[in-house]
Design a binder for this molecule. Structure first.
Ligand SMILES: N[C@@H](CCC(=O)N[C@@H](CS)C(=O)NCC(=O)O)C(=O)O
Length: 201
């Protein structure tokens, strides 16, 4: 398998899962600030021009964070990173969707790419502020979830890898202010050997 990955991007969460699951996977780095994702060479790999992009050994491409994470978890069902029971499955997927669709795509994207939301440059600060509000309210929500448990769905799951990449952004790319339980969750993840290996790759 090959993971097309960019350091400091949401594909960090996928790399965490690859390390957690012990999956043999080559990592190919994509230079997002340099615009490599828009080159004909990369678009031939992933026409969406995004990371993460996973290529199976048979050449099939899998895109979209929730789909890649679910696929990887399903390769090692014994690890239960995606619960088998219907309610547990729903809880994990609703958390993943919220991180990816709301916190990332509606919140963080407004902060780093305000021009994608409003072409008027005068409005950029307003768009960024709204993005930060959305991003922060996501952490407030997870902070309540994490009040009585170490991981989003009780035990470690793909939802924790999703929340981790958002927390990593808050700590390393924004002002670092995470509410108490999310801060503890971030430290808990940083203490995991698999997470350290993912960050070192
Ligand atoms: N919906 C996609 C979002 C992926 C995404 O936005 N990736 C960002 C990095 S965090 C990217 O590749 N950005 C490059 C660009 O938009 O030019 C997913 O869930 O995988």
């Amino acid at each position: 398998m090959i993971l097309h990955h960019a350091k400091g991007s949401c594909s960090l969460g996928i790399l965490v899962l690859i390390e957690e699951l012990g999956i043999d996977c080559e990592v190919r780095y994509v230079d997002l600030p340099g615009g490599e994702q828009r080159t004909p060479e990369f678009l031939a790999i992933n026409p969406k021009g995004k990371v993460p992009a996973l290529i199976r050994d048979d050449g099939q491409l899998i895109t979209e964070w929730p789909a890649i994470a679910s696929y990887l978890a399903a390769l090692k069902p014994e690890r239960q990173l995606l619960p088998a029971d219907p309610l547990g499955l729903a809880r994990v997927l609703e958390a993943v969707e919220y991180v990816v669709s709301t916190m990332h795509m509606q919140g963080f994207s407004r902060i780093v790419r305000p021009e994608n939301f409003c072409p008027d440059r005068d409005q950029a600060e307003h768009v960024k502020e709204r993005g930060l509000e959305i991003f922060r309210s996501g952490f407030d929500l997870f902070d309540r979830v994490l009040e009585d448990r170490p991981f989003v769905a009780g035990s470690f799951s793909i939802a924790d890898a999703a929340l981790f990449y958002a927390e990593w952004w808050m700590v390393n790319r924004l002002d670092g202010r995470l509410p108490r339980n999310c801060g503890a969750h971030y430290e808990r993840l940083m203490d995991r050997a698999a997470v350290r290996r993912a960050l070192d790759r």
